[in-house]
Write a protein that binds this ligand. Sequence first.
Ligand code: NAD
Ligand code: UDP
Length: 344
Amino acid sequence: RRGSTSITFTTVPIEFPPVTRLDPFNKKRILVTGGAGFVGSHLVDRLMLMGHDVICVDNYFTGSKTNIAHWIGHPNFELIRHDVVDPIMLEVDQVYHLACPASPVHYQSNPVKTLKTGFFGTYNMLGLSKRVKARFLLASTSEVYGSPEEHPQREGYWGHVNCIGPRACYDEGKRVAEALAYSYARQDGVDIRVARIFNTFGPRMNWNDGRVVSNFILQALRGEDLTIYGDGAATRSFQYVHDLVDGLIKLMASDCTEPVNLGTPQEYTIEEFARLSIDLVSEVRAGKETTKSKIIHLPPVTDDPPKRRPDITRAKERLGWEPKWKVREGMLETIVYFLQTLQP
Ligand code: NAD
Ligand code: UDP
């Protein structure tokens, strides 16, 4: 399978962008924590196709073996069931630390565990990186900006987070993870990279994670009403997963040790995004029954950030990265994926 650009995931063929085969002398041993999750599994695919040795560590809390099943048995791939809250001894050149639930429904279901993952998980992976002198990349989040008073958000903005609210377990977990990374860099010279990731979507998203993209696509596909929490004026900027994977790999390869926003600056209100979801589901189903879905409003959720849009100047200047996928194109791919995986 190595070197091919198409992989079969259960019954759904996933097309990957073209990748460069690495010079064997540049082959690295790479640990991806959370590699069985949505973003992690796409990152594992790309690193495997580049020819690296990849170790995936995951406790399957929100991820699934199915996401990386196509690599099991490949000589360059190793899968370890492990909880990053506990230490692990591995010898690697690079660590992509993604292990952490990302959807509010999941991370709020066990907030103490989310905080333990944020602190102890990152602490263990930084300790490992220090011991073996590996370069360490943290998957941080736009949530470190909280309910932002600056718009769009630049990396220099310190954020506005409610440390006692229901989202604090995730937001503060990621903020302490960043603080740990910079402390290890200062004190012990650990070679760190920090990606602040904005809302990301694509195939292999959990269909039941309660996030807006999966909810709206599912609701529209099933002809149910799309549920907007609050008045629909909140904004988000959505990035397609292949762009994020490009950004993570470029950041790891760069000399940029400051935090870097990775996201798509195109901003939608949730109301606009609901209408777009209905239109695109209808487009995918052209010729079949069009969706009967309407938009309904439910009570707002606590501490919901009212707006979010990345300033990606640093990523452009330091990494030569900017998103290539239009939201519309990515949504069409994601809708087709949901349609195929949800069919009996
Ligand atoms: P995901 O839930 O699909 O993946 C997270 C993976 O980590 C899962 O496979 C899960 O089983 C694993 N995991 C969770 N806790 C663990 C633990 N204690 N030990 C070992 N494995 C554990 O989420 P995702 O969307 O792929 O997010 C990946 C990373 O990117 C996360 O760190 C998340 O915070 C960050 N991020 C994602 C988004 C997004 O929109 N998807 C936005 C900002 C940041
Ligand atoms: N949202 C919504 N309806 C849903 C799911 C989410 O209106 O069915 C809203 C949510 O209140 C927030 C935005 O969509 O304003 C994005 O929510 P999500 O959970 O996807 O991610 P967040 O960016 O809040 O972590």
